[in-house]
Design a protein around this ligand. Structure first.
Ligand code: NAD
Length: 443
């Protein structure tokens, strides 16, 4: 099939490359000309495991192409995916300007029937807005062309995006048109040969499914973080509780890790957007608001522990920071807990020596060169001479540390571990003050 994807971010590029990899003829379009020029040279500017290999292979095979021309992009695909950003507006609701820009561009340029697929995460009712934006452009040029709009939310996770796209639990499509059902079956045919995981539903149900899924996962995290706060105050080790409840199949082990809060481009914005949607229909979203509030408080907890340890005086202190990205295997720092910690430390007059396996470049892009931030090339360089070590991301490279060596590198034997990577008993044996999340001694 000829397929166009608007937006070459985490979702758009993974979608385009994956569909090209199963044999579709894909054109990816982005308004970011520099990004398109890099992609045309086979350079993937985001860090996503395996993505560069698939992009290069498909580009060389000729099944994946890139363009910054709207006309070319609209002409190419009978199926057009919209995978552009939907960042939070000032009130927390999803900003649909990029989605609607693409819709208008399609209406302005289309010359034959198109199926427009909303892959961006968008509030209930957006498909109707996209339809109206396309129709308005067609009307303006008195065109009788037909088109359909459907919803196909994406459930991939950064860090394992290719794997998730290709082997996801389900493919949700919201539509009321048999014609769209048939076309989407052809598009996703290569993914459903063994097991038909295509789920067709109402458009509005598909739109809400995406928000409900993210809100549920965020709720699990905030729930555990609330439990961790209780555990700290009650002298209980939350890790024992986590195993105790995770073993119940009704609860399960996934998404119940206590930590320094969730971040990224999805959970924070999607929980806020869903809460905002609730308010617009006259419902007070008590639970969603609590999920968000607990997370905000949790993101401040590492700074609180550090500040308390140094009796409120962090001025002039140097803090080693391991992990900048919001989770491992990505360079994405959108709403990352590391940012809350860094900003609070800078405000308190501290200096940071940070290391991240892939996100240093992104960190420099966000914060620029500043005297109170040293971005280290090696994990070990970051701790040298620091007053304490803080860990914000559970990268594999941090899972083991030689505690004897660490003690010799740090000025003070202090670890604030936002991901519960080490054993309180081991750290104690080596003479560390170990502040983790929800573990005894962590307050
Ligand atoms: P992103 O910010 O990484 O990429 C968006 C891209 O769209 C950018 O490259 C931008 O230049 C481009 N763009 C903006 N306006 C455009 C236009 N008019 N025409 C063409 N391109 C345009 O965003 P993302 O993380 O890929 O997310 C995209 C959508 O998918 C969002 O709605 C997000 O909520 C949703 N989503 C994201 C993830 C994730 O893990 N990142 C997972 C599932 C769903």
């Amino acid at each position: 099939m000829n397929i166009t994807v608007f937006g070459t971010g985490y979702v758009g590029l993974v979608t385009g490359a994956s569909l090209a990899d199963v044999g579709h003829n894909v054109l990816c379009m982005d308004v970011d000309v520099a990004k398109i020029e890099s992609l045309k040279k086979g350079i993937v500017t985001i860090h996503e495991p395996g993505l560069d290999v698939v992009v290069q292979r498909c580009f060389e095979d000729g099944t994946l192409n890139f363009s910054s021309s709207t006309e070319e992009a609209v002409a190419h695909g009978e199926l057009i995916f919209i995978a552009v950003g939907t960042p939070p507006d000032e009130d927390g609701s999803a900003d649909l300007q990029y989605v609607l820009q693409v819709a208008a561009n399609i209406g302005r340029n289309m010359q034959d029937y198109k199926v427009i697929v909303n892959k961006s995460t968008v509030p209930v009712g957006t498909a109707d807005k996209v339809k109206a934006a396309v129709a308005a452009e067609l009307e303006a040029r008195s065109s009788p062309l037909e088109f359909d709009v459907c919803s196909n939310p994406e459930f991939l996770k950064e860090g394992s995006a290719l794997e998730d796209f290709n082997k996801g639990a389900r493919i949700v499509v919201g539509t009321d048109s048999d014609r769209v059902v048939n076309i989407m079956r052809v598009c996703y045919g290569p993914y459903i040969r063994n097991h038909d995981k295509l789920m067709f539903m109402d458009v509005r149900a598909a739109e809400l499914t995406k928000y409900a899924a993210n809100a549920m996962l965020a709720t699990k995290i905030s729930f555990m973080n609330e439990m961790s706060q209780l555990a700290e105050r009650l002298g209980v080790d939350i890790e024992q509780v986590r195993k105790g409840i995770g073993s119940d199949p009704r609860i399960g082990y996934q998404f119940i890790y206590p930590g320094c809060g969730y971040g990224g481009s999805c959970f924070p914005k999607d929980v806020k957007a869903l809460a905002q949607t609730a308010r617009t229909v006259g419902y007070v979203p008590e639970l969603l608001d609590a999920v968000e509030n607990v997370n905000t408080r949790q993101k401040g907890s590492m700074f609180e522990k550090l500040s308390k340890h140094f009796n409120g005086d962090l001025n002039g202190k140097t803090i080693a920071l391991w992990g900048l990205s919001f989770k491992p295997d990505t360079d994405d720092m959108r709403e990352a807990p590391s940012r809350d910690l860094m900003e609070a430390l800078w405000a308190a007059g501290a200096k940071i020596q940070a290391f991240d396996p892939v996100a240093s470049k992104e960190c420099r892009r966000i914060y620029g060169d500043r005297p109170d931030l040293v971005l280290c090339e090696q994990r070990n360089d970051a701790v040298s001479g620091a007053d304490a070590l803080a860990i914000c991301t559970e990268w594999k490279a941090f899972r083991f540390v030689d505690l004897k060596w660490l003690k010799s590198e740090l000025k003070n034997p202090v670890i604030v571990d936002g991901r519960n990577l080490y054993s309180p008993a081991d750290t104690k044996e080596f003479g560390f003050k170990y502040y983790a999340i929800g573990r005894s001694d962590s307050l």
